[in-house]
Design a protein around this ligand. Structure first.
Ligand code: GCW
Length: 681
């Protein structure tokens, strides 16, 4: 075998030349964090080239994907091509080893004496190990004496697309759906593969293609064939396809008026009652049909009896009855059911909406089949800027829970505001539920370390669309990236994620990296202070979840008057606190011990309440309203400092976003300030 290095010296010189000062080739953001830039540090370049001289592949299922990625990355970063070599001679060796502790997806990267090895127990580990190796080079890390072992902490790491068959996206702010249903299965948009590459590079291994407000049509043969075409591509990157299922799909007519809007069922039955043998058979047949087309199909995601979606309660059956029926249909094929707990419509359950999901599900703890997982939003309300952890986490000891985070910034400034979500997600994962004593954090529950369970999973509601740069705001790509990294390991260090993303997306210039990190880090806290201070909750208009909507929220979602502001959810109020375990219950119940970021979620707090800073709530509250404007102005200035390190196209795009944010934040501020001044007089 030829094992000489095909080194295209001219190409390197040329690309290096083009890259001096600022990048001259048009960056659109399409490459995301796979934005392979020529390595300019000569020493590193030489070392990387030595390591990447030739490669021995392990004959794994993902060899093609691995090779293709290395082809692109090595060419762009080092100006060299992939050259294959025998095991004994290769400078990079990939190996399948029998090491159970690496699981199916973990890997070990090590280097010694100028040779590097990627070992994995399962084929997918080699794919992820390769992306890790590339990332090290993107981040300018030395490849000498590395010894890295990585094993994902969560089994199923999924994106959820709220994409409709019409091409629109519910809560999508970056264009239309990536899935071109009218072209599939015949025409394959090259973008599908790039989507898979991006996800694989951060460890995402599943995707739910369609909206949880699911059209039954998705399960029609015609569409399943289209789905199979997507699955064929994603499989090459270890990504499984899942579908959101409409519970009334077996019916010929819809079971509820809302379902009718979505096109009704696709079956021939008059009922979707999960106890009806015909209905059970229908789902079994449907599962068989799906697996015939997509042998590694992941399973169903179901939103039932929520916001007008049909569900088992329509037939006086329980969530467990519904979930288990689907679970039984999928079980022989190895599929799972992700049953959502975002259920709050039945006001008779409790007058306080935040209490309903827990009350709906807690009684069924332990009654779900072992291939069911309850997909549960981080907070009890609905992806608001700042919420307490939903007490289902820690409250259900016998049912696996799948955290659902929202990457798309529905209530967080959509694709206009630069809001980096990792600090919010950090708080979520670090929250101690105390369900098995101190240290029973959400991260540990998600990792399956607290309760016995067969598998673990996590979901992020995607912020992608068909905009050239996928997420409209270039900085919103960071949230997608970070979700993947945290899904792999919820305890991954924030700084590490942030810096990796900046370096692999923008620049490795260390001064610029620092400045960009400085821009990102305070944004979530500032956004909360300005738009949902101290966990106030709903503040935007119901129509858009974006513009100020205090008038339509006051006295419904929270109260404000001359004495104070917030919601009394203490034992003297709605008693929501009692869904938490001790000591959280007591901590939240007492205004003096309640964490300030949740003050107004749990308390109707007097304006003259003294905050930890010594300021009154009144002054802290009104000062906070300005914070997004302030951080925006600061970010505008910081961004100008990195101009020389950033390509002009994306530089200008970000300015445009920041300017729009400035205008919208001012408007929001003015309305907030005048509303609360008036109301608190
Ligand atoms: O956040 C709310 C959104 C709905 C969404 C729902 C859900 C998909 O406003 O648009 O519907 O939650 O999560 O089901």
């Amino acid at each position: 075998m030829r094992n000489f290095l095909r080194f295209n010296g001219i190409a390197v010189v040329l690309t290096l030349f083009l890259c001096i000062g600022q990048s001259a080739y048009g960056d659109t953001g399409y490459e995301l964090w796979l934005n392979y830039k020529p390595v300019t540090d000569q020493k590193l370049l030489q070392s990387y080239m030595d390591y990447c001289k030739n490669i021995h592949f392990a004959d794994s299922r993902y060899d093609k994907a691995i090779r293709d990625e290395l082809d692109i990355a090595l060419d762009k970063m080092l100006g060299v091509s992939v050259v294959e070599a025998d095991k004994g001679e290769a400078s990079i060796r990939m190996k399948i080893v029998r090491q159970k502790k690496l699981g199916q997806e973990g890997y070990h990267i090590s280097s010694r004496d100028g040779r590097l090895t990627i070992e994995a127990n399962g084929d997918a580990g080699l794919l992820y190990g390769t992306y890790h190796l590339i990332r090290l080079m993107q981040c300018g890390e030395s490849l000498d004496d590395v010894d890295i072992t990585e094993v994902p902490k969560i089994d199923f790491r999924d994106l959820n697309h709220w994409d409709n068959l019409s091409g629109s996206i519910e809560r999508g702010y970056a264009g239309r759906s990536l899935w071109k249903w009218d072209e599939l299965p015949d025409k394959i948009d090259p973008r599908y593969r790039d989507y898979a590459r991006a996800n694989a590079s951060i460890g995402i291994n599943g995707t739910v293609l369609n909206n949880v407000n699911a059209s039954s049509k998705m399960l029609d043969r015609e569409y399943l064939e289209k789905v199979a075409a997507l699955a064929d591509i994603f499989r090459e990157y270890n990504i499984k396809v899942y579908l959101s299922a409409n519970f009334a799909a077996p019916m010929k007519m819809s079971s509820t008026p809302n379902d009718a809007k979505r096109g009704g069922g696709v079956g021939q039955l008059d009922t979707a009652d999960p106890m009806d043998p015909e209905v059970q058979q229908w789902w079994k047949d449907k599962a068989d049909e799906i697996y015939e087309l997509i042998p590694d199909f992941g399973g169903f995601l179901v939103k039932a009896n929520s916001e007008g979606m049909p569900g088992p309660q329509d037939y006086k059956r329980t969530h467990a009855d519904g979930a288990n029926m689907l679970a039984k249909a999928l079980k022989p094929h190895g599929g799972i059911v992700m049953w959502r707990t975002f259920v709050y419509n039945d006001t008779s359950v409790d007058p306080d909406r935040v209490k309903r999901a827990y009350k709906e599900f807690k009684p069924f703890d332990g009654q779900f089949d072992d291939n069911v997982i309850l997909q549960t939003k981080n907070g009890p309300l609905d992806f608001h800027p700042s919420e307490p952890v939903l007490p289902i986490f820690g409250g259900m000891e016998h049912t696996p829970l799948q955290p659902e985070l929202q990457i798309t910034q529905e209530y967080l400034g959509q694709s206009t505001y630069l809001v980096y979500l990792v600090p919010m997600w950090r708080k979520f994962f670090d929250f101690d539920t105390w369900c098995k004593g101190e240290g029973s954090t959400v991260a540990k529950i998600a990792e399956g370390k607290v309760f016995k369970q067969k598998f673990t999973a996590i979901a992020g509601v995607a912020n992608t669309g068909d905009d050239e740069n996928w997420t409209r705001h270039h900085f919103a790509q960071a949230n997608w990236y970070a979700f993947g990294r945290l899904a792999w390991d919820p305890m991954t260090d924030t700084e590490q994620i942030t810096r990796e993303w900046i370096k692999s997306t923008w620049t490795t210039d260390s001064a610029a990296v620092k400045v960009i990190e400085e821009m990102m880090m305070p944004t979530w806290e500032c956004f909360v202070a300005s738009q949902s201070p101290y966990g106030l909750g709903f503040t935007t208009r119901p129509q858009d979840h974006y513009t100020a909507g205090f008038k339509s929220r006051v006295n419904k979602e929270w109260k404000v008057n001359a004495t104070g502001i917030g919601s009394d959810r203490t034992t003297a109020g709605t008693d929501y606190v009692s869904q938490y375990l001790e000591p959280n219950r007591s901590i939240f119940n007492n205004i003096d011990s309640c964490p300030e970021y949740l003050l107004l979620t749990f308390h109707f707090a007097p304006w003259d309440h003294v905050m930890k800073s010594g300021a009154t709530l009144r002054s802290a509250f009104f000062d906070g309203l300005k914070k997004t404007m302030q951080v925006n102005a600061r970010n505008r200035e910081l961004w100008s400092r990195v101009k020389s390190a950033i390509d002009p196209e994306r530089y200008e795009d970000v300015i445009e976003r920041l300017d729009k944010e400035a205008r919208d934040a001012r408007k929001f501020y003015e309305e907030a300030d005048s509303f609360f001044r008036e109301a608190s007089k």
